[in-house]
Structures are given as structure tokens and as C-alpha cells.
Design a protein around this ligand. Structure first.
Ligand code: IVH
Length: 675
């Protein structure tokens, strides 16, 4: 074994760990997925050619284990208790009064953290490496889920910095992010499987799956909140523990606060109640812990829970109301979705009058009929859902999926093994409408102004019959429409125009191929690099792409086999859309490690061109000035960003300065030291 191969393998492991950390822990990736995959591929190939190079904690080994028969039971170092709840302010005041009484007149502080709605897991480390992971189990004895835990990318296999030379334990929460949850449920529905009721159930199922590849596919996340040694806190303050966990490379929830008293704690609680919907994962309350470990020990435990911590639970966002009718909507792939129309009811400040019912099976599972009184719930999702029937209506009547499409009268079919019924008419106006809205939406081609009102008019007047027609629209077409002035018309046309520059994966997502959403589109674009290559790919070669199985591959093949779709693609190509992914940007260059913000009008380059130049040289471009900004590139009429850069002492550069930096490494050195 040559010395250089050993070195290269270690270097790759370090780089991959670093990028996993940036991506999964800090949520601030610095390289593209494709660049990451390339590093991973190189390491994998190296380890395959020389198996002796493989280490158990190599990033290639996250999904290594074989399916098991069951889990080993292992006792915890100290009980994993649960928390007492406070359901309102008064109960929280009672708790605080008890603490004050027990601590006599000592001063104390609370640490407020979000109460993540997941399941707790303990992870043991030794010599800086993950050794074992246990579920909570009954609190005294947990289940050994080490193999599954290794697939959680935010759980480090090797630490950046060990808080302790010997062994130690971390406790925290396993959660599933909403996006992963929604994707999982969508996939399950497509596969004719039942949906998970909430991300926590899905996470629990994933963590206890017998096959680690299932855990890996569910994309779990881990937030650490305790640092223990032999079952006791390692450091003297809880806050310091959280900081030490951050240093070690764990993901620690950033939304935490030291609170000097109950009022500050209440402020934190009030602040997060409305903001909880904006988080990418679900929380069900706030946990408050006494900061000082000496005080925690003085307060002690009951049999069930510590006396030094409390969980404030946000009120459930549920209410009862009447299901008045069920409407059937037709989606862009022709899927019929029953939507419940409810008697309006207020749920934690939001008026709710509609809820999703997903499909016929869901309606049957709930046993719900029109006229029933139902319990509705708003969990993280935008659309509320019906939880169960509370009382059957006196004149209730069952709902049936119509036999003909409610929009075009076309045939409705429900394929064997599928939960959804579909309208088979590919020209169904409802499908076209939804396809256009999807194509123009922010996460896809991002055509601002192309909303429901405009799309409906374009369809009604026959101006648009497919997505390619959007690119033949002119401002004159638009000004002839209702409520469309010359100014808005030219804005929309400009936005359509600008969308031609959207990357390949967005175009691919915009085509509306069944089962090809944002993530699959990105993976496909990265793998093949060109739309033509995807269109020509065989079933087998499509399945070489991560996460693409036989069903998705078949759907892609079917799409490109259809003559009508091929014609559409040719028109999109003529319209100048991107059919190739940009060449991989070098991650190393004269500007590596530097972050730029661009503002104002530059004399020669457009901002887009400046951005491309910076990125091509390995630099990053960000939207806002912070202490981390290396340079502000400012042109004429630079505004608030320039002010902010001055306040933060961020060096300011003009276009000439940038060109000079791009020219030679020396130039950078000089500018940096003179700033
Ligand atoms: S501390 C002694 N902190 O809530 C147990 N728990 O009802 C102390 N949870 O079982 C737990 N977020 O699964 C703690 N920031 C947080 C939490 C948290 C969620 C869960 C955990 C625990 C349950 C307690």
C-alpha cells in the first residue's frame, strides 16, 4: 500500500466530513452536490480497490449494516426521564415558584430551548468516534440502533474536536424535517401505502427500521442537547454543554436563550409560538432548564422527571367543525384530490375552511361522510387535515369519486395498487392549468406574476396551450387582458424572458414528469448533465442515479417516449431554455474562501457576470453583508449595503479591484493586508 494512497483516502475523508458538517449541521454548503458526489465516488472507488483503506467511520460507511432480526436491549448510563408539562402560564409560574422555594434565595438562570417533536436518542463516543446509539426505550433500557443512527448525516461519526479525552455521551432528539416527511408521504401514497400521521411517527419508524437503508432513505436529523459522562453532566453549566457540543461538531438548535427570570422565559415562549410554522421541523413547545448543574442537583428528580426542567406545551391546534361538502380537484398529473369544505373555524389565530382528504382510501380510513362533525388539526403543513369523526351527522351522506372528470368529463381510472384516481385525458384543461402554475412557481422557473389570475385568462383566451407557448407571449398579448397595464405586462414578459436562464434541474422539474420533483430533478441533472442524455437513458442507467428506482425510471422513460412531449421539448429548446447543466465550477481558485456581496451598478459587468466571475475563481457570492463578508463589490448608487459594510469594517472593492484580484494571487495578498 503506497503512502500516498493512504494519505489521499484520509484527505478525502476529512474533506467529506467537512462538507457533511457544512451541509447537514450548519446548513451552509460550500460546494455543489455534484462536487460532493465526486469526492464520495473517488473515496468509494479507492476503498473498493484497496479494502484495507476502509475505516469503520469513513463517510462511505454510513449505510453499511445488514438488515437485522431485532434490536439488542442495552441499559442507559442513567435513566432517560421525561419532563413535566406546563400547559399555560399559570402552571409555569407554579413551577418557577417551586424552584425558587427549593433554591432558597439563590439566583438562578433558565436556558430556554425549543421542544423538538421527535424522539430522544443517546449516542456514545469514545476516542472521538461514535460507538453506540440507543433509543430511549422504557427510559432505563434502550434499544441499540447504532447502525441506523450512522445514517443520520448530522450525527458526526468522527468529532471535529472531542470535549473529553475518554468516553462521553450525548443525548438529543431525532427529528424528520417537514420536507422529508412530505416527500415520504407522497412517495408512500404513490406506492399505494398508508401515510404517516406526522413527522414524529415517521421518524420513530425510521429509527427502528430493521434495515438501515430504510433509515437512510428517510433522511433523519439529530439535535444534541445533553453532554454527559458516566450518566452525569460533563460540564458545570448547561449552556456551556451546548456550546461544547457545537464545538465538537454536533448540530445544536440555534434557537436557544439564557433567561435571567421567568419573564424572559415567557418572552421566549411567546416569541416562538407564531414563528413555529416557519421552522423546517415541528416543535410542540419550549423546554426550560436550570443552567447551573449544581442547582440542578440540589433540585433533584422525582421518579418520573427532573425538578430542574419543565416542558411548556403550546396549545394543540385542533378544533371541531362540520364537513359541509367535498370538492374534487384535478392536479397536474391528472390526480383527483378530494378537498373538504368546512364550516369556518379559527385554529390558533388562522381561519380554516378547507382541509385535504388526499384520496378515497383516506376517506374510508376516517370513515367520514358529508355532514359529520370532525376534528381538524393544523400541524406544520400549510393545509389542515381531518383527524377523525367526532360525531356523525344526522343526514350524513357518503362521498364517491366521480366516474367522469369534473373539469373535462374525461375518463377516470384508478390503477391497480394506486391510491389515487386520475383523469386520463392528457389535454384536460385542469391538468394544463396546474402544469402552468407549477412551471411558473417560485421553486421551479420562478416567473413572478404568472399566478392563477393570469394563467386562467391565458387559457380562456386560448393564448397558451402548453408551457412552451409562454415563451411566444408578447407584451401586446398581455395588455389585451383584464387588469393588466403596460407596466405589469412588460414585467411579466421580462420575467418569462429571465426564466430562460434557469438551470437544467428547474427545467426538468417544470416538465411535470410524474415522480420527478425538485430533488430527483437535481440528482438527475447532476448525474447526466444534459436533458438529451436523460431523455435517451435506459431504464437501467436511470436507476444508477441515487434514489431513482424502477417506478421513477419507468415514468421518465414513458414521458420521453411520448411524441407530444418530444415536440414540446424541441419548442422549449428553441425558446432558449437550458438543456445542459453548467460546467462544474472549480472549488479552488484565487478567490477560494472569500465571500463577496455585490451592490450598485458596475461600470462594465452586470451583477450576474460579476457573480459568475467570482464563482469561477472559487469565491462565493452572498446576498447580504455580515461580519463574515470578505469584500463588498460596490458600483454606482450603492445604498444600504455600503453603509453596512462601513459599519462592519468590511473592505469595499470596485470593479477594477475585482479584476485585479482575479488576475493574480499576489494582488489578493496585498489588498487583504492593506485592508
Ligand atoms: S430535555 C430529563 N430538551 O421532550 C429529560 N427534551 O417530554 C430531559 N424533547 O423525552 C429532556 N426537545 O424527547 C429536552 N430541547 C429539548 C427537547 C426535549 C424535545 C423531548 C425529549 C424528551 C421529551 C420530554
Amino acid at each position: 500500500m503506497s503512502e500516498s494512497l493512504i494519505k489521499r483516502a484520509e484527505e478525502l475523508r476529512r474533506q467529506l466530513e467537512h462538507h457533511e458538517y457544512l451541509y447537514y449541521v450548519l446548513d451552509q454548503p460550500e460546494i455543489s452536490d455534484a462536487a460532493f458526489d465526486a469526492l464520495m465516488r473517488e473515496l468509494r472507488e479507492l476503498e473498493e480497490a484497496h479494502p484495507e483503506l476502509r475505516t469503520p467511520d469513513s463517510p462511505t460507511q454510513r449505510v453499511g449494516g445488514q438488515p437485522r432480526e431485532g434490536f439488542l436491549k442495552v441499559p442507559h448510563s442513567s435513566p432517560m426521564l421525561s419532563l413535566d408539562n406546563a400547559l399555560n402560564e399559570e402552571e409555569l409560574r407554579d413551577f418557577d415558584a417551586r424552584v425558587r422555594g427549593l433554591l432558597k434565595s439563590e439566583e438562578y438562570q433558565y436556558i430556554a430551548e425549543l421542544k423538538l417533536d421527535g424522539l430522544s436518542m443517546a449516542a456514545y463516543y469514545n476516542a472521538g468516534r461514535l460507538q453506540q446509539a440507543l433509543t430511549r426505550g422504557d427510559g432505563r433500557v434502550g434499544e441499540d440502533v447504532t447502525e441506523n443512527s450512522r445514517t443520520i448525516r448530522s450525527l458526526p461519526l468522527r468529532l471535529r474536536q472531542s470535549p473529553e479525552s475518554g468516553g462521553f455521551e450525548v443525548r438529543g432528539e431525532v427529528v424528520m424535517q417537514r420536507r422529508s416527511f412530505e416527500r415520504l408521504n407522497e412517495e408512500r401514497a404513490n406506492a399505494g401505502l398508508s401515510r404517516f400521521a406526522n413527522p414524529r411517527n415517521a421518524a420513530a419508524g425510521a429509527l427502528r427500521a430493521l434495515d438501515p437503508t430504510i433509515t437512510a432513505a428517510r433522511q433523519l436529523d439529530y439535535f444534541a442537547y445533553f453532554l454527559l459522562k458516566d450518566g452525569r453532566p460533563l460540564l458545570e453549566s448547561h449552556w456551556d454543554s451546548l456550546e461544547a457540543l457545537v464545538e465538537a461538531g454536533f448540530k445544536v438548535n440555534p434557537h436557544r436563550r439564557r433567561c435571567a427570570n421567568l419573564d424572559e422565559l415567557l418572552e421566549f415562549i411567546r416569541e416562538w409560538e407564531p414563528k413555529r410554522d416557519d421552522l423546517p421541523y415541528e416543535i410542540d413547545g419550549v423546554v426550560a432548564k436550570i443552567d447551573s448543574i449544581a442547582q440542578q442537583e440540589a433540585l433533584g428528580w422525582t421518579a418520573k422527571a427532573p425538578r430542574w426542567a419543565i416542558a411548556f406545551k403550546y396549545p394543540a391546534r385542533q378544533a371541531t367543525t362540520v364537513l359541509e361538502s367535498i370538492e374534487v380537484q384535478v392536479g397536474r398529473t391528472g390526480t383527483l384530490t378530494p378537498v373538504a369544505h368546512l364550516k369556518a373555524v379559527t385554529l390558533s389565530g388562522v381561519t380554516v375552511s378547507r382541509a385535504t382528504l388526499h384520496n378515497e382510501d383516506e376517506i374510508a380510513r376516517l370513515g367520514v361522510e358529508i355532514g359529520d362533525t370532525v376534528l381538524v388539526e393544523r400541524s406544520g403543513d400549510v393545509i389542515p387535515k381531518i383527524v377523525r369523526v367526532v360525531e356523525q351527522g344526522l343526514h350524513r351522506r357518503p362521498f364517491r369519486i366521480p366516474r367522469a372528470c369534473p373539469v373535462c368529463g374525461g375518463h377516470i381510472v384508478r390503477e391497480e395498487g394506486e391510491a389515487a384516481s386520475r383523469c386520463v385525458n392528457t389535454n384536460c384543461p385542469a391538468r394544463l392549468r396546474e402544469s402552468l402554475l407549477h412551471f411558473a412557481s417560485r421553486g421551479v422557473m420562478d416567473i413572478d406574476g404568472m399566478g392563477e389570475a393570469l394563467v386562467d385568462q391565458l387559457l380562456n383566451r386560448g393564448l397558451v396551450r402548453n408551457i412552451a407557448d409562454l415563451y411566444s407571449l408578447t407584451a401586446d398579448h398581455l395588455t389585451a387582458l383584464d387588469r393588466m397595464g403596460a407596466k405589469s405586462a412588460s414585467k411579466v414578459i421580462h420575467n418569462i424572458d429571465a426564466s430562460r436562464a434557469q438551470p437544467l434541474w428547474r427545467v426538468l422539474n417544470g416538465l411535470g414528469i410524474p415522480f420527478v420533483g425538485e430533488r430527483t430533478a437535481q440528482l438527475l441533472a447532476n448525474h447526466f448533465g444534459e436533458l438529451d442524455a436523460i431523455a435517451a437513458a435506459s431504464n437501467e442507467s436511470l436507476q444508477e442515479v441515487n434514489e431513482v428506482g424502477p417506478k421513477v425510471a419507468q415514468s421518465i422513460n414513458q414521458f420521453f417516449a411520448e411524441q407530444r412531449n418530444r415536440e414540446l421539448l424541441e419548442r422549449l429548446r428553441e425558446a432558449g431554455l437550458r438543456f445542459a447543466a453548467p460546467k462544474q465550477k472549480p472549488t479552488r481558485g484565487p478567490l477560494s474562501g472569500l465571500t463577496f456581496v455585490i451592490t450598485g451598478t458596475l461600470p462594465r459587468l452586470t451583477r450576474e457576470q460579476a457573480k459568475e466571475k467570482i464563482e469561477a475563481a472559487g469565491g462565493k457570492v452572498s446576498g447580504s453583508v455580515s461580519a463574515k463578508t470578505s469584500y463588498l463589490l460596490a458600483g454606482d448608487e450603492a445604498g444600504s449595503k455600503l453603509d453596512k459594510a462601513r459599519v462592519l469594517n468590511v473592505p469595499v472593492l470596485n470593479e477594477e479591484g475585482l479584476i485585479a484580484m482575479l488576475g493574480s494571487q499576489d494582488e489578493i495578498g496585498r489588498q487583504r493586508s492593506s485592508s
